[in-house]
Write a new protein. Structure first.
Length: 76
C-alpha cells in the first residue's frame, strides 16, 4: 500500500496546500462532529431503553373492548 516515505510526502503536500491554521480548524471541527455524533447515539438509546422497560398504556376504550366477550350469543 503506502510506505512511510509516501505518507510523509502526502502530509507535507497537504500541509502546504491548507496551512497549519486551516488544518487546526478542520481537526477541531472533526472532533466536535464526532463528539456530537456519539452524544446523539447515546441519547437516542436512552429513551428506547426506557420505553422497552415500561409497558405501553392501554386506552380506556380498548380496555373495555377486551373485557367484553368476543362472541355474542343471539337470544331466540
Amino acid at each position: 500500500m503506502f510506505g512511510p516515505t509516501e505518507l510523509i510526502i502526502i502530509a507535507v503536500i497537504v500541509l502546504l496546500l491548507f496551512g497549519t491554521s486551516k488544518l487546526k480548524n478542520m481537526g477541531s471541527d472533526l472532533g466536535s462532529a464526532i463528539k456530537g455524533f456519539k452524544s446523539a447515539v447515546t441519547e437516542d438509546k436512552k429513551p428506547a431503553e426506557l420505553e422497552a422497560d415500561e409497558p405501553a398504556p392501554v386506552p380506556e376504550a380498548e380496555a373495555a373492548k377486551a373485557e367484553e366477550p368476543a362472541v355474542k350469543k343471539e337470544e331466540s
